[in-house]
Design a protein around this ligand. Structure first.
Ligand SMILES: NC(=O)c1ccc[n+]([C@@H]2O[C@H](COP(=O)([O-])OP(=O)(O)OC[C@H]3O[C@@H](n4cnc5c(N)ncnc54)[C@H](OP(=O)(O)O)[C@@H]3O)[C@@H](O)[C@H]2O)c1
Length: 306
């Protein structure tokens, strides 16, 4: 934990995962205008750098170490956050990865699925009982989960390829997926966390649980393990074309959207916001309540075995 004072407990507190890069970094800095920010990430040095940017503006931030691909690390982080006894107004599940080549975590689970679905789900479930009524929870999803999303198809995605939660941990996806296996892991992880968002919103009407698709946002760290040619296109060429690409956004715009939805005082819950802050629909599968409940039940069963 950084040296920031946690004594101003009368202020609202906002939890942000993945505040060390891209959209999350700017969202954390924006949210610090509204209250104390609890920065949750895997690299304490990077967290403390963001905390010091916030503290230099006489705003409050503290750092909590948490590797979202590791369930035990997530549980330790949740316990640390709970022990702070702060008035949590919002939880922004922003952290995520998109790997070009799949890797596995210490348990042998697909790292993308663990980081993008299991970790945020476990963190949220651990914190839920400690959130006051009307607190806000956001999951950052992605439109690539929808196999019908045309620009995502053009980029090589084939939508979520869900078989089961267990199969996803093994990196097994429905046949007919992307030629890039990392894309199937990413799309399926986002499909699961989006489905879980809708189920959790129904289960917890006292809270405001929503999802965001930030839009196609170049110049973040996403896909950072890609080869040099891919990164050249993503970081230098696509940004030039981005204004002409549907669903385009920028890190600044996307971060403002995350902060706006997290601090929004309206009672809306179970909404999936697009990059303009308007309500959108997920894939046909995600809209199916049976699928939403199945994902949550299988995820809980898996996590309870760890
Ligand atoms: N950029 C887009 O076009 C786009 C589109 C749709 C959705 N999204 C989603 O938007 C969110 C933010 O992405 P971004 O584009 O801003 O990417 P980014 O710049 O790579 O930021 C990702 C953040 O997640 C953190 N993170 C990664 N793995 C983690 C782990 N195991 N434990 C804890 N933190 C971890 C990173 O920490 P480190 O600094 O330590 O790596 C970083 O702070 C992600 O959920 C992404 O899937 C992005």
């Amino acid at each position: 934990m950084s040296k920031a004072s946690v004594s101003a407990a009368d202020r609202k507190a906002y939890i942000v995962t993945g505040p060390t890069s891209g959209i999350g970094r700017l969202a954390a800095i924006e949210l610090a205008k509204h209250g104390m920010v609890i920065l949750v990430g895997r690299n304490l040095r990077k967290l403390d750098e963001v905390a010091s940017v916030i503290q230099q503006k006489k705003q409050l931030a503290i750092s909590i170490a948490c590797d979202l691909s590791d369930v035990q690390s997530v549980r330790r982080a949740a316990a640390e956050i709970i022990a702070l006894n702060l008035p949590i107004a919002g939880l922004l599940n922003n952290a995520g990865i998109m790997q070009m080549r799949s890797t596995t975590n210490a348990l042998g689970w697909d790292t993308t699925f663990a980081t993008n679905h299991l970790g945020p789900f476990a963190l949220t479930e651990a914190l839920l009982p400690h959130l006051p009524d009307s607190a806000r929870v956001i999951f950052v999803a992605s439109g690539v989960e929808d196999p019908k999303r045309t620009p995502a198809k053009a980029a090589g995605f084939r939508g979520g390829r869900f078989i089961s939660v267990i199969a996803s941990t093994r990196g097994e996806w429905q046949p007919g997926g992307s030629s890039n296996p990392g894309f199937d892991a990413y799309a399926t992880s986002k499909q699961c966390i989006l489905a879980a968002t809708m189920a959790l919103a129904r289960e917890n009407p006292r809270l405001r649980i929503n999802a965001i698709e930030p839009g196609f946002t170049p110049n973040t760290g996403l896909g950072r393990d890609a080869n040099a040619a891919f990164r050249l296109v993503a970081n230098y060429i696509l940004p030039l074309l981005a204004p002409f690409i549907r669903y385009w956004s920028t890190p600044k715009r996307a971060s403002r959207l995350e902060a706006k939805v997290l601090t929004n005082q309206s009672g809306q819950t179970g909404i999936y916001y697009d990059e303009r802050g308007e309500s959108m629909l997920g894939s046909t599968l995600v809209q199916d309540r049976g699928f939403q409940d199945r994902v949550v039940a299988e995820t809980r069963a898996l996590l309870s075995s760890v």
